[in-house]
Design a protein around this ligand. Structure first.
Ligand SMILES: [Zn+2]
Ligand SMILES: [Zn+2]
Length: 207
């Protein structure tokens, strides 16, 4: 058992997983079709741990498929190129790390309190203040802070935003459509209707 190699595999996979999550999340915001489904998540007017679970099934399926396929393919390529096949405890190490983060950090970042890590640590580890900006509809906060675990991706790709205070933070969509998503019917079916409209516009545009 080569502990150094196994820890390196766990660390690299967690970093890669977070990078892929950043890319998929950014796509959910910039692609008009994906945004119709991701909007449900952003229609919440308040922040609390349950806000995290206000998601459309299509949004979940897209994310799970995109993330699973990318991580599976890259893991297969690494094993093929380097000849290293991780054992089960190593694979469980990745899962355990993610589970711990989801149980602690992922729910914490939906706290209604504006909390941030001191100094430069806020650039490295996610915190509620970082995620409050992502949920804010103030023009200065739109399409900012896509990262999940490590905001370093936002810093690298120019989407990082963390003001000193939350004076400008306002949760919601900012387009007056929040009321559409306050019933089960609206929350589940309105995005499907809008999604079909986008598909029609893409493949059968009106002349
Ligand atoms: Zn988002
Ligand atoms: Zn959130």
């Amino acid at each position: 058992m080569v502990w150094g190699l196994e820890w390196a595999y766990i660390l690299c996979t967690v970093l890669l997983s977070d990078f892929v999550a950043y890319g998929l999340h950014r796509w959910q915001h910039t692609n008009p079709l994906l945004w119709e489904f991701h909007k449900v998540y952003h229609s919440a007017p308040v922040m609390h741990p349950l806000t995290n679970y206000r998601e459309h099934p299509v949004d979940n399926i897209f994310y799970a498929l995109g993330h699973g396929l990318t991580i599976g393919l890259s893991g297969g390529c690494i094993s093929y190129c380097l000849g290293y096949v991780p054992d089960m405890p190593t694979l469980y190490g990745v899962v355990l790390f993610s589970l711990l983060y989801n149980a602690l950090g992922y729910n914490l970042r939906h706290s209604h309190l504006w909390l941030r890590w001191p100094g430069k640590w806020a650039y490295v580890f996610g915190c509620p203040a970082h995620h409050h900006i992502h949920h804010s509809c103030h023009p200065e906060h739109i399409n900012k802070n896509f990262a999940f675990m490590f905001p370093i991706w936002d810093v690298v790709f120019g989407t990082f935003c963390l003001p000193d205070d939350n004076g400008k933070v306002k949760f919601g969509l900012g387009d007056g459509q929040e009321a559409v998503y306050t019933s089960c019917l609206g929350l589940y079916f309105y995005p499907l209707k809008k999604g079909l409209f986008h598909l029609k516009e893409t493949f059968f545009p009106l002349r």
